[in-house]
Design a binder for this molecule. Structure first.
Ligand SMILES: *[C@@H]1O[C@H](CO)[C@@H](O)[C@H](O)[C@H]1NC(C)=O
Ligand SMILES: *[C@@H]1O[C@H](CO)[C@@H](O)[C@H](O)[C@H]1NC(C)=O
Ligand SMILES: *[C@@H]1O[C@H](CO)[C@@H](O)[C@H](O)[C@H]1NC(C)=O
Length: 440
């Protein structure tokens, strides 16, 4: 996909091409101890375009969007899906900084096939829908009050965020400890790979519950989990009778195939798991994210939860991010972790920088999924007039990022100037502590 070793000379893309020419820049960098503007390298490549590359419209614009940016492009003459073009200005009229081949990194759950059951529904996003998302997958599930996502397990670890209502969860560990909890709106649960669990809508909200599930494997398939009923329907009854040491007739009423999602009576609010000789799990499988105080920044706030505070959540960490209009999650990358984002409200634009002059910009809104492979540089900008809220999920036990601001502020200025030709005054604005969020 990438054209390794090919340098495309184009005024619009020089900022990324520069990295290819580091060696030549270094040879013309000054050797003396003081750096004056006269000591700046003579440009070996043209300067990057001064085009600010703002978004040209938004989902609410009362226009017919055209495939034009400045002098580039032309009107659309053929048929046009105007609703989609309005939602995706960065696709129809990309910033001129976009270039090359970055796979699609946007998936709206609205495009996922929905599995409708009595009592609820579920739809998924995995590597089949968005081939770039190799490390993580997601499911959006709805259960009416009392409805059950049946007892099951799967090969991936499961992290969850309750979008509405509350969900009762149960699990039993390989050591025979058990756990039961009610998870409220904005709170989390996590079940390690292979550990059996159940999910049930409570009566706290008469409409039941809806939640987001995120898995630590991009190939996860919600339709290929191990279900209690499916298993027992495929075991000889003689074996069932022997296994449980009861008469075979005890199993006269087991379902002949899987139930998956089915209606039932809401659990009692004071429900307890059966007493276990091994005791209850000492580590909770749920986490009250909604009760946590956010860290405030000019322009927004962030809550980070990883295994340092939510011990069992060993493969997935979250930053719940809130950005005011115009604010931005700063330019950064995650050193070793893939990122899967879920947008809760507002509108955002994100550019993925994939090295070798490859960069592509996408727009997102509530219900959309973004995926950013390990190490790709990116930002998340609130492009709307309302609050942007999204979940930044990393496949990791420990949340980590590298801040462009901090990196450059803590690198010898001479080195930074040799690359970027910026002034000392400009460098004095770079932040030695991560800004995390930058205001408008
Ligand atoms: C339940 O759903 C109905 C229909 O969508 C809605 O009008 C009502 O506000 C909901 N109730 C609650 C408590 O969310
Ligand atoms: C959250 O902040 C409030 C107000 O500053 C404080 O009273 C409370 O103790 C904090 N809660 C936690 C869990 O830190
Ligand atoms: C924000 O408000 C301004 C002024 O009302 C409007 O022109 C613009 O289209 C709005 N932007 C979005 C993203 O709604």
């Amino acid at each position: 996909m990438r054209r390794v070793g090919t340098v495309t000379w184009n005024k619009l893309f020089v900022s990324v091409v520069c990295s290819v020419t580091l060696a030549s820049l270094a040879t013309c960098a000054p050797t003396g101890s003081s750096v004056s503007s006269s000591a700046l390298p003579s440009p070996t490549v043209p300067y990057a375009s001064d085009d600010p590359n703002v978004e040209l419209w938004n989902a609410h614009s009362d226009i017919t969007p055209e495939a034009m940016r400045g002098r580039l492009g032309a009107t659309v003459l053929g048929p046009q899906n105007v609703m989609l073009d309005l939602q995706n200005p960065s696709i129809l009229a990309p910033p001129s900084t976009d270039h090359g081949a970055v796979s699609n990194a946007k998936w709206p759950f609205s495009l996922s096939h929905n599995r409708l059951q009595t009592g609820g529904w579920s739809r998924q996003q995995n590597v089949e829908d968005m081939p770039i998302s190799t490390e993580m997958a997601g499911v959006n599930m709805r259960l009416e009050a009392g409805a059950i996502r049946e007892l099951h397990w799967h090969t991936a670890g499961e992290w969850a965020y309750v979008l509405k209502g509350s969900t009762q969860v149960t699990t039993v560990t390989p050591d025979g400890q058990n756990y039961l909890a009610t998870v409220n709106q904005g709170d989390l649960w996590y079940f390690p790979a292979g550990q059996p669990h159940s999910l049930q809508g409570t009566a706290d909200n008469p409409n039941g519950t809806e939640f987001l599930l995120v898995f630590d494997n991009g190939a996860f398939d919600e339709d290929s989990t191990f279900l209690l009923t499916d298993w027992l329907a495929h075991v000889p009854k003689e074996v069932l009778a022997k296994n449980f040491q009861v008469d075979q007739s005890a199993f006269d009423s087991i379902p002949g195939r899987e139930l998956y999602i089915f209606p039932s009576v809401p659990p009692k609010s004071n429900a307890q798991p059966p007493a276990s000789p091994q005791g209850q799990s000492p580590e909770p499988y749920t986490f009250p994210l909604s009760q946590m105080n956010a860290t405030q920044f000019p322009g927004g706030s962030v809550k980070v939860v990883d295994s340092t505070v939510f011990k069992v959540s060993k493969t997935i960490a979250v930053a719940e991010v809130m950005l005011e209009p115009g604010a931005m999650r700063e330019l950064h990358w995650h050193p070793t972790q893939a990122e899967w984002d879920y947008f809760i409200e507002g509108t955002a634009r994100v550019t993925l920088f994939a090295a070798n002059a490859n960069a592509r910009t996408f727009d997102y809104q509530g219900g959309d999924v973004a995926y950013i492979p390990q190490s790709y540089g990116h930002y998340v900008e609130n492009t709307g007039n309302t609050t942007l809220r999204y979940l930044e999920l990393l496949k990791t036990d420990k949340f980590q990022d590298v801040s462009l601001n901090q990196w450059l502020a803590l690198t010898p200025p001479q080195l930074v100037k040799a690359h970027l030709g910026v002034s000392d005054e400009t460098i004095s604005h770079f932040r030695k502590t991560k800004p995390v969020i930058v205001g408008q």
